[in-house]
Design a protein around this ligand. Structure first.
Ligand code: FES
Length: 268
């Protein structure tokens, strides 16, 4: 029989994402479950594994609800202290908290610096000629939204495949993820798959090497666009935006490159 949720008063969400697993998240989870079982707290509590909850620098992490308490650096001992404190005393363990409701700042010793601003640099590119070019982000948290945005701004957009074939977005019918890693652009007569999701090293090499690992945003007087390459520098696709479509370029600058005040060019 499944968990009777009507009896659950406290839920512990243990992160089971890649960074937390690497930091040994299984051990505190097992320790927590053993403690809850043996202390006869099983009925009134629930433990749930989650995917990455966005605080990898503090791995292993968990969240306690109600109260929105976020914990860091869990181990087999402090996790029991945390459970006891929440259940027996109805209060958090401050020493291990990253965040709780009402705080204005997080407590993390390993906070990563914000991503650096992007700049365009003028260069002579073997394929594109003389252009200004800026490096974008390559995680699918950026590349997938870019293609979703283009689905709603399809005019004056095209994509060129590695074979040189260019397809217009104006008659593009559909775009979606077709499996964990690949997204498919679908036209009536043809389709084009592109690997956006992070491919683990356990997957076949050709799949790993099909992942978009370089995004170059470029412009010149005649052209604007984005070029995707794999980690070996092999061309995967180039998106071209005709100058009429100013909404796309504004979106690229603000959302993809975080250039809130327009195109910025590196000083030389
Ligand atoms: S993998 Fe656990 S917070 Fe990211």
């Amino acid at each position: 029989m499944g968990k009777d949720l009507s009896k659950v008063e406290t839920t512990f969400y243990f992160c089971d994402g890649g960074s937390c697993r690497k930091a040994g998240s299984d051990l505190p989870l097992r320790s927590a479950r053993a403690y809850l079982r043996n202390a006869q707290l099983w009925e009134n509590t629930h433990t749930v594994r989650t995917r990455c909850n966005g605080r990898c620098e503090d791995a292993p992490t968990c969240i306690v609800q109600p109260g929105n308490y976020w914990y860091k650096h869990l181990d087999t001992v402090n996790v029991v202290d945390i459970i006891q404190s929440h259940i027996d005393e109805e209060k958090p363990v401050s020493a291990h908290l990253i965040f709780q409701d009402g705080w204005e700042q997080m407590q993390s010793e390993k906070e990563r610096p914000a991503a650096k601003d992007s700049f365009f640099v003028e260069k002579e590119d073997a394929e594109l000629g003389q252009v200004f070019m800026a490096r974008g982000f390559t995680s699918d948290q950026y590349t997938y939204p870019l293609l979703v945005f283009l689905m709603s701004h399809k005019e004056h957009v095209s994509i060129t495949k590695p074979c040189g074939t260019t397809l217009s977005f104006s008659n593009l019918q559909h775009f979606e993820y077709v499996d964990t890693y690949k997204a498919k652009l679908q036209w009536e007569e043809t389709n084009f798959e592109i690997t956006l999701g992070l491919v683990p090293k356990t997957e076949p090499l050709d799949l790993q090497q099909s992942k978009v690992s370089v995004t170059d945003f470029f412009y010149s007087e005649q052209k604007r666009g984005v070029r995707f390459k794999n980690k070996l520098g092999k061309h995967l696709a180039t998106l071209m935006f005709e100058p009429e479509n100013t909404a796309i370029w504004d979106y690229c600058l603000k959302v993809q490159l975080n250039m809130l005040s327009g195109e910025r060019i590196a000083e030389r």
